[in-house]
Design a protein around this ligand. Sequence first.
Ligand SMILES: Cc1ncc(C[n+]2csc(CCOP(=O)(O)OP(=O)(O)O)c2C)c(N)n1
Ligand code: SF4
Ligand SMILES: [Mg+2]
Length: 322
Amino acid sequence: MNESTTGNGEGAAASAAVIDASREKLTKKAITADHPTWCPGCGDFAVLASFYKVLEKRNLEHEKIVTLAGIGCSSRFPYFVNGYGAHYIHGRAVPLASGISLARPDLHVFLFGGDGDGFSIGGNHVDHGGRKNINMTYFIMDNFVYGLTKKQTSPTSPIGFKSKTDPTGAIDQPVNPMKKLIAGGATFIARTHAAQVPHMIQMIERAFDHQGFSVIECLSECVEFFPDVFDPANPKKGGSFELIQEKKWDNTPEDELRHDVTDELAAYKLATLPFPGVFGVFYETDRPTKNALEKKWIETTREKTGNASDLEILQKTFDRMK
Ligand SMILES: Cc1ncc(C[n+]2csc(CCOP(=O)(O)OP(=O)(O)O)c2C)c(N)n1
Ligand code: SF4
Ligand SMILES: [Mg+2]
């Protein structure tokens, strides 16, 4: 979502890489808002702390940070960030973020939400955000449950999970977020774990540096309604956090085995690994964003009108209707 690092002229966004030395440094104090209201031990705290770290590290222009969300525990995120933002409708945050991103390409649009928000009610919007490649960074806190509404089966809940909607255990095939995002057309897709803060920060930064629709799925434990579910991916709890080894393009035999992030089929194959799977960047591709395509289209259309003002165009339309 970082526009000016790519140098492709897609927008006038001040870059995270181009730090204006005359500006006051962005501090954690400045970007911290309300005290988070999550349950003690909720994985979402670590996500918030990692996000603060990235904002501080990149020293973004405070007034250009926008955090948006749907509804859910995870979607309370914008309340805790001192910046422009909105806690919007359940599942509808992608369209809201799309409008903001297209209308204001100079802003840094960050979107947060849960598995229910992104893969259930908002599942279609995620696909369209991806295929249109609208510039934003979308962070999905996947806890395999509906947390806010107190333990219903979510689209990522595993078969057998007992909840208020499936008291005898879930029977439906869960969504595989990586497969869904690849198929939907997202141009940056990564996976991380809320107990792995340095990795999480790295993934947020890479998503931010990507031009287009970047999505991170983060396993973030709901200690209240699905405790310990992500222990198999947490070395501190006896699990293993297996990282994707990306190709270095160094012509070594080892490199043959490493993952090419631009290879869609290879990404899909990684997504089929059994739980807890692997972590890191699954897929990244460089495709024109809707922001860029729409900007070009507007410019071309304006040229055709002899660069008439909006009022002149409107007047001409009325005149034609007479
Ligand atoms: C249109 C609509 N449908 C349903 C709800 C009820 N609702 C609120 S949050 C939520 C699910 C939250 O789960 P998730 O997105 O996984 O977030 P979490 O709380 O787990 O972080 C539901 C079903 C709603 N607020 N609006
Ligand atoms: S209910 Fe679960 S997801 Fe919600 S704040 Fe508590 S621990 Fe976190
Ligand atoms: Mg959830």
